[in-house]
Design a protein around this ligand. Structure first.
Ligand code: ZN
Length: 181
């Protein structure tokens, strides 16, 4: 079963989401939600999905950047975007700290705004403190594309969408992105 991904305009996407206790994380309901979110993210396909996007106002996101997504890329493209595969990562109640004032400018899209992309500046290096799917605390320092995905997903938990940070002059359809950029 796949979950329905809410589209921009749905008020749940603009709400601040609630934290989860360790007990709640271990509950059947949340374990099930995590599994369904992973399946939904892979099916889309996307490199991240936040609980508000599937109608749950909870501080929970799943992230995964599989190597098949960038299979046709040259080494140069990978380097430019600092993009490497990321194993599945579940982040609950995440606290994000920006570690670098340097910003990278790249086109970015969102499963809640399908068919469109635009340039979003994102910090190159961030620290994340969160709980995993078992409720264990972890700290992770992420760079490049991984840092971008974390900033995008954690924004969702605050009711913030990538269009809020986007350079709107660069907003375009995915078709035109493939054609012109
Ligand atoms: Zn998104």
């Amino acid at each position: 079963m796949l979950l329905k991904i809410l589209q921009a305009g749905n008020p749940i996407l603009r709400a601040r989401s609630e934290t989860l206790s360790v007990e709640e994380i271990k509950s059947y309901r949340i374990q099930q939600l995590i599994q369904l979110m992973v399946m939904t993210m892979r099916d889309a396909p996307g490199v991240g999905l936040a609980a508000p996007q599937v109608g749950e106002s909870l501080q929970l996101t799943v992230i995964e950047d599989r190597d098949i997504y960038t299979m046709g890329w040259t080494e140069q493209q990978r380097k430019e975007k600092l993009r490497q595969p990321i194993p599945l990562q579940v982040c609950i109640n995440p606290k994000l700290t920006i570690l670098s004032t340097e910003r990278a400018l790249h086109y970015e899209g969102c499963l809640s705004l399908p068919g469109y992309v635009g340039v979003v500046p994102r910090a190159l290096r961030v620290k994340i403190e969160a709980l995993d799917e078992k409720g264990n605390a972890f700290v992770n320092i992420a760079e490049g594309w991984h840092a971008r995905i974390l900033q995008h997903e954690i924004d969702h938990l605050q009711g913030c969408l990538c269009i809020d940070h986007m350079d709107m002059h660069t907003f375009m359809s995915v078709d035109n992105y493939k054609r012109y950029s």
